[in-house]
Design a protein around this ligand. Structure first.
Ligand SMILES: [Fe+2]
Length: 359
C-alpha cells in the first residue's frame, strides 16, 4: 500500500540541468531484420505483428524512441488484416513498404508507399494488406506520454464506426449558471461556470490522408529554391483541426522534406524532439557535437529536445519524414525554438517566431 506524501526539501537548490537522451540511429539493416522476424511469426490472434522501437534510456511505463513519442514497426503479410481497435492516443501512420488500406472512423484510405495518414482519438481503425508484398508501417503515437500519465485508454472491442457523437441534450435553463463567463478584473482574469468547463468548444477531428504521389509533386517544386535559401525545403502535413499549433495530430507534426545534394543546415535547437526517417539519398547529422551518418531506410532520433543539431545531405537528393512533438509543446507554451544558436530563442506560439530569407 502506498504511504503518505513525502516532503522533499528543495529550498535554495538550483533546478537540475537537462539530461538529454542521446541521438540514436536505427540502421536499415536492423529494421529489415525485425521486419523479416515479424513476418515469420505465426499470425497473432489480433493480427498485429508489431514491435516498439525503444530508446535504451526509455523506462516503463511509456516506452518510446523519444520520451513522449512511441514508434512502432508494424507488418502485415499479404491477405492479412488487424483486428479493430481504438484508443485515446493519436497516431501518425507512415507506410514504408507495400500497400493496402486502412479503415478509420468508417472511412477507407487506400495507401501506398510513403503515404501518411492520421488516426484520431477513439476512432476505430483496422489495417488491411490487400497487396502481394509485405505491408510495413511506422506508427508514431503519443501513447508513450499517456502511459507515463497513466491515462492511456485502449479498447480492443470497439464499435465499428468509432466514436459516434452523443445526442445533444435539450437546453434546460434550470441547469445553467445564469451568470455565464465574465471578466473579473480589468487586466483580463475571467470566471467560467461549470457548464462551460465541461463543454469546451469542439473541433472535429478527422482522419486525413496525405498520398505521397500528390505530396511529392509539390515538394519537388521546392527544390527550385536556390542554394542561398536558408529555410527548409519541406511541407507540414497540416491537419486544420490542430489550428494554431501547426500539427498533423494534436501532439505531433509530420513534415516531408527534400534536401538537394550538398545542403548543410545551420545548427539550431528546439524543445520538441525530432525523429527522422530517410527514404532517399544519404547524409549526416551533428547532434550535440557527435556525428551520425545515415542513408535511405534508416530511422533516427535526430534531435532530442533542446539538443543543438544540424543535418546535411551528401551527393544525392534526400527525402525524409520528420515527426516532432511540437504541437504539444506549443499548447503547453514550452516550445523554445532557437533558429540560430548565436541569437536568442523564442517561445513559439506566444512570441513572434522566425522568418526565412524568402520574400
Ligand atoms: Fe531541428
Amino acid at each position: 500500500m502506498a504511504g503518505g506524501a513525502r516532503f522533499i526539501d528543495r529550498s535554495g537548490t538550483a533546478a537540475p540541468g537537462l539530461d538529454l537522451w542521446p541521438a540514436l540511429l536505427i540502421p536499415r539493416a536492423d529494421i529489415d531484420a525485425e521486419i523479416a522476424r515479424l513476418a515469420d511469426l505465426p499470425q497473432p490472434s489480433n493480427g498485429r505483428r508489431s514491435s516498439l522501437i525503444v530508446h535504451p534510456r526509455a523506462a516503463e511505463p511509456g516506452l518510446g524512441l523519444a520520451p513522449g513519442i512511441r514508434v512502432s514497426l508494424d507488418v502485415l503479410r499479404p491477405g492479412e488484416q488487424t483486428a479493430p481497435i481504438r484508443h485515446n492516443s493519436t497516431a501518425v501512420n507512415f507506410c514504408i513498404h507495400g500497400r493496402g488500406y486502412t479503415v478509420v472512423a468508417g472511412q477507407r484510405f487506400d495507401v501506398a508507399r510513403y503515404d501518411v495518414w492520421n488516426t484520431p482519438a477513439m476512432a476505430t481503425y483496422w489495417h488491411v494488406n490487400d497487396g502481394d508484398a509485405l505491408q510495413v508501417r511506422l506508427t508514431y503515437s503519443n501513447a508513450a506520454l499517456l502511459e507515463k500519465m497513466n491515462v492511456h485508454v485502449v479498447d480492443d472491442r470497439p464499435p465499428e464506426a468509432g466514436a459516434p457523437r452523443p445526442p445533444m441534450e435539450a437546453d434546460d435553463t434550470t441547469r445553467r449558471n445564469p451568470f455565464g463567463t465574465f471578466k473579473l478584473t480589468e487586466a483580463g482574469a475571467y470566471l467560467m461556470p461549470y457548464e462551460q468547463l465541461i463543454n469546451p468548444e469542439t473541433v472535429e477531428s478527422k482522419p486525413l490522408h496525405w498520398p505521397w504521389a500528390l505530396v511529392k509533386q509539390h515538394l519537388d517544386k521546392l527544390e527550385a529554391l536556390g542554394k542561398s535559401y536558408v529555410g527548409r525545403r519541406l511541407y507540414l502535413l497540416f491537419n486544420p483541426a490542430t489550428g494554431r499549433t501547426n500539427g498533423t495530430t494534436q501532439n505531433f507534426f509530420a513534415t516531408m522534406t527534400v534536401r538537394p545534394p550538398g545542403i548543410v543546415d545551420h545548427p539550431h535547437r528546439h524543445t520538441s524532439a525530432a525523429i527522422n526517417y530517410y527514404f532517399a539519398g544519404s547524409g549526416y547529422s551533428i547532434v550535440e557535437g557527435r556525428r551520425y551518418d545515415w542513408k535511405a531506410g534508416d530511422l533516427m532520433l535526430s534531435a532530442p529536445g533542446w539538443g543543438v543539431h544540424n543535418h546535411a545531405s551528401n551527393d544525392a537528393a534526400v527525402y525524409e519524414l520528420t515527426v516532432q512533438d511540437s504541437p504539444l509543446n506549443i499548447a503547453m507554451e514550452s516550445l523554445l525554438w532557437q533558429e540560430d544558436v548565436n541569437q536568442p530563442f523564442a517561445v513559439l506560439g506566444s512570441q513572434e517566431g522566425f522568418s526565412t530569407n524568402r520574400a
